[in-house]
Ligand binder design. Structure first.
Ligand SMILES: [Fe+2]
Ligand SMILES: [Fe+2]
Length: 195
């Protein structure tokens, strides 16, 4: 029998495995992520779909860097990319303006991540805290933080310019649904309903 699975499909399945890991599931089960599913973000998408796009993009960069011989902490990357904007959940109720939101939401995202992972490691916390750089003063101190920062800007730019249909989170979810891969339960149900 011929193997009809394409390289792209195989790579997407690897990403799906990462997203559906225990770490991912803990985040999807949080109240933050439940609210993120319906909160509009960058005018065109939701916090949840943006978050998934940043995670997918960060993981893609991770695998490229790995192939080039650079070592990164994948667990930290997944955790920080999925938590980086949880502090923006409820923004209209807690921030007076966009400037306050820009400065404060990374701090609140660290608090949210600590609620989900009480033993949050320094590398992950640093990546979340400094993900808005260079809009905020201090850059991240680890490679993982730079990857999340780049992935976040990339996703935000596509979401803002090209719209929801083309944003990395939506494209990944659509590809998985077309391949009938996201049909399961548990974390799969979050990935099934997001977007
Ligand atoms: Fe952010
Ligand atoms: Fe973001």
């Amino acid at each position: 029998m011929f193997n009809t699975m394409t390289g792209r499909h195989r790579r997407n399945l690897r990403l799906l495995d990462d997203l559906e890991s225990r770490t991912g599931r803990k985040i999807y089960c949080s109240d933050y992520f439940t609210t993120a599913l319906s909160q509009t973000h960058h005018n065109q998408t939701t916090v949840a779909v943006h978050t998934l796009g940043v995670a997918v993009t960060s993981l893609r960069i991770y695998y490229i860097l790995k192939a080039l011989g650079f070592t990164l902490d994948k667990e930290s990357l997944l955790k920080s990319s999925l938590c980086h904007d949880l502090g923006i959940v409820g923004r209209n109720e807690k921030f007076e303006n966009n400037r306050e939101c820009l400065k404060q939401h990374p701090v609140d995202s660290v608090i949210a991540a600590r609620e989900i992972f009480p033993d949050l490691d320094e590398r992950t916390e640093d990546a979340i805290r400094h993900h808005m750089w260079p809009c905020t003063l201090l850059p991240p101190h680890h490679r993982e933080g730079f990857v999340v920062t780049v992935a976040d800007k990339y996703c935000a730019a596509i979401e803002g310019v090209a719209g929801k249909f083309y944003c990395p989170g939506s494209r990944f979810l659509r590809a998985m649904r077309q391949d009938n891969t996201v049909t399961g339960q548990d974390a799969g149900s979050v990935l099934k309903t997001a977007g």
